[in-house]
Design a protein around this ligand. Sequence first.
Ligand code: OAD
Length: 223
Amino acid sequence: MVAFSGAGLSAESGVPTFRDAETQGFWLNYDPGKLASPEGFAADPELVYTWYNERRRNIAQVQPNAAHRALAARPDIVNITQNIDDLLHRAGAREVIQLHGTLTVDRCDGKCGYEEEVALHDPPAARECPVCGNWLRPAVVWFGEALPMEAWTEAEERCRSCEVMLVVGTAAEVYPAAGLIGLSKSCGARIIVVNPHASQASALADIEFCGKAGEVLPMLLGG
Ligand code: OAD
């Protein structure tokens, strides 16, 4: 079984989503072009760091919720997530593929390959790469950028071969990630959607649970 998740998975922990008004979606109040794009970073690295570091401190303060714990308690589930927080890891999930990168690492924006771990509760400000002098940046995927090749290849493989895909807390609007749902479906998997609202995944669902992940997943998966 694959669990393909999005921001709704972490919403009950207190992490805002992107497009959902009820959970203070970021993109309803902030401009992704300024905060989550290579052009935005080139224009104002300090602004981008200030925003990501606020998100890091927020995530350091919150805890995994019942949905993260229910997924983590099932070692047979492969987690493929668009989330850049570390809540599935902290819940103890065995396998987590992060399609949009992670907030826990900064990497060189140039080509030298330098990376460093970041303490989420006390993240460092914008700074230069100690190896090549380019800017360091959060190791996340921004609009207009390719997904990390290894994570994407692994995700595609898992989605082609799973029997069931649980789609949790995503609007399924951002590609190529959202395309994994159709990929699994076309390879014969049953699609189970968990979301309090209808989403772009609804049309592909074999079963749809209209509810919060923290309430539905423990019931569905046990725990
Ligand atoms: P969205 O904010 O687009 O969608 C969140 C979804 O979660 C919505 O469909 C909500 O109805 C649902 N939701 C809210 N609370 C929930 C709960 N308690 N339980 C279950 N579902 C709940 O977030 P994503 O689909 O994750 O990309 O967005 C995908 C990508 O767009 C993100 O990874 C990010 C963003 O721009 C990048 O930054 C590259």
